[in-house]
Design a protein around this ligand. Structure first.
Ligand code: FAD
Length: 499
């Protein structure tokens, strides 16, 4: 490993999809004056072309870049996203919503779910999601930025336009873009192998030298996987969907402010509304649905005119054994992929970008920094993996071999513990570096049909009348807030109009 004290000045980013340009934009904004940053991409190879739903943590990244929200939304045809509607995931015909907001109000002594569980047992409570402003607003197709404690939201965006938006920012901050195909990755080990990466050999004969290489070449993982030979941990025994087929359609109705995730016997389907079109896709197990049939199945399940022909994408859910090895860091799909169910890949790119800024090896690569980077990425991914597996495992569906497998399979011990704790007592705990907060776990566990056997005894301290008033006040506040909101479509149009 390059542990020399030679300062790192020349950074080469291989790949210009969402990962490459997100890395370039942040690095150039924060360290553009100290670094010489080059990004190589090939228009002929193109990008994966999906990845349109985000989560609220993207605000942190945008704040670091100083992005103006309305300008960004106009440039990427973005809409607001208040959460995900999971349709048929608990069982056929049974839906729930995972919102980005908080459900109810926590009492000083225990989480809201305990009071709701008691209210539910006594016939006082409405549906759990009726106490969540984001969910009620989403289903009513309403949205606005609210002053204090406003709606918690993310975006749906056009991934191609987002990369171009970030490219313009990166180039303003000095990133040099090089168009062309990488033909070989040159290393300084014996016979030019097994060492640090020294340069990318381009197909036109030129070479791009660097001190640090960021592998953003997507599923190909040209640098980390192919050249450096870092292996891949396969999670398909827990996450059996290994294919996606995607297509874009013209909008036929107002854009709704949430992602739809519709369950099928072979996997699930997404619908992501942008300002000008809808992104659609099936995520499926190749054991349940043949690749040759998938495009037709998708076409039968979309509305509106097709804007492109459906394209099948193959993937293996899992992670690279290391994401930082020698003088190379893998980011985006080159580093691993948990299927898109909770829209976490763009977030993981953002986390890697911020983490690299925090641990940037200015004075040379230090093994302690590398180990820290790898450990943080691994912990983060394991947490997200558990959360995604939860959706598959806790289900009552029995309509295919896929659902029978995931419902009955052994899950990671960390997830098993969380499920058992919640089932017994309605309790769930959250570590400080975990992405999904208690509210997310509770919504999904309850939504998938995991009802706790008991609630915290402190809920019994509230008498029936007091509990009724407590729940009633929250519900009234939610209903009044949502009634005062404008339509999502109108709000987006007004916000983006000046651009
Ligand atoms: P890519 O977009 O594949 O980019 C790779 C880049 O490398 C391209 O620029 C390509 O030209 C370049 N390249 C490759 N080989 C060479 C070569 N030899 N020479 C030169 N250049 C080369 N994430 C979310 O957060 N939300 C979602 O809703 C979501 N949905 C998804 C749905 C599906 C079906 C899939 C598969 C992924 C989804 N993702 C989602 C993940 C998201 O799409 C990716 O994380 C994101 O697009 C980043 O991709 P990337 O930049 O790593 O790779």
């Amino acid at each position: 490993m390059n542990t020399s004290s030679t300062p790192i000045r020349r950074v080469v980013i291989a790949g210009g999809g969402t990962a490459g340009w997100m890395m370039a934009a942040l690095m150039s904004k924060l360290m553009g004056k100290q670094l010489d940053i080059k990004l190589v991409e090939s228009e002929e190879i193109g990008t994966v072309g999906v990845g349109e739903a985000t989560i609220p943590a993207l605000h942190t990244y945008h704040n670091l870049l100083g992005i103006n929200e309305a300008e960004f939304m106009a440039a990427t045809n973005a809409t607001f996203k208040l959460g995900i509607a999971f349709e048929g995931w608990k069982d056929i015909g049974q839906d729930y919503f995972h919102s980005f907001g908080t459900t109810g109000t926590d009492h000083w002594s225990a989480g809201f779910q305990h009071f709701w569980l008691k209210g539910h047992a006594e016939g006082l409570a409405k549906t759990y999601t009726d106490y969540n402003t984001e969910t009620v607003a989403a289903y009513a197709n309403r949205f606005a930025h609210l002053p204090r404690n406003g709606l918690n939201y993310a975006y749906h965006l056009d991934a191609g336009r987002y990369a171009r938006f970030l490219r313009a920012m990166s180039e303003q901050h000095g990133v040099q873009r090089i168009e062309g195909k990488i033909a070989a990755v040159l290393m300084d080990g014996p016979q030019g192998r097994d060492g640090d990466i020294t340069a990318l050999q381009m197909q036109d004969g030129s070479r791009i030298d660097g001190d640090l290489f960021i592998d953003c070449t997507g599923f190909r993982s040209l640098l980390m996987g192919e050249a450096l030979g870092v292996g891949y941990e396969d999670w398909s025994h827990w996450l059996p969907c290994d294919r996606a087929v995607a297509v874009q359609t013209a909008s036929v109705r107002e854009a709704w402010p949430y992602t739809r995730s519709i369950c099928h016997p072979f996997g699930w389907q997404w619908r992501i509304p942008l300002q000008h079109r809808v992104g659609n896709g099936l995520v499926y197990s190749s054991k349940e649905l043949a690749d040759a049939d998938a495009p037709d199945v998708l076409k039968k399940n979309v509305e509106g005119q097709l804007l492109i022909q459906p394209r099948v994408i193959k993937f293996t859910p899992g992670q690279r054994h290391k994401v930082w090895h020698r003088n190379c860091i893998a980011v985006g799909l080159a580093s691993g992929f948990i299927e898109p169910l909770e829209s976490t890949s763009i977030h993981l790119i953002q986390r890697s970008a911020i983490r690299l800024m925090q641990l940037f090896p200015t004075r040379g690569i230090n093994p302690a920094d590398v180990a820290e980077f790898n450990q943080q990425c691994e912990r983060e991914l394991a947490h997200i993996r558990d959360f995604v597996i939860l959706h598959y495992h806790v289900t009552e569906r029995r309509d295919s071999a896929l659902w029978n497998h995931v419902r009955t399979m052994e899950v990671p011990a960390s997830l098993k513990h969380r499920i058992e704790l919640f089932r017994e007592s309605g309790r769930v705990f959250h570590q400080s570096d975990e992405l999904f907060a208690l509210n997310s776990w509770i919504q999904v566990m309850m939504g998938q049909g995991l009802t706790p056997q008991s609630y915290h005894p402190v809920a019994d301290l509230m008498g029936k009348a007091e509990l009724g008033n407590f729940l009633g006040d929250i519900h009234l506040k939610v209903a009044r807030t949502v009634a005062a909101l404008p339509s999502h479509q109108a709000y987006v149009e007004q916000l983006c109009a000046p651009y």
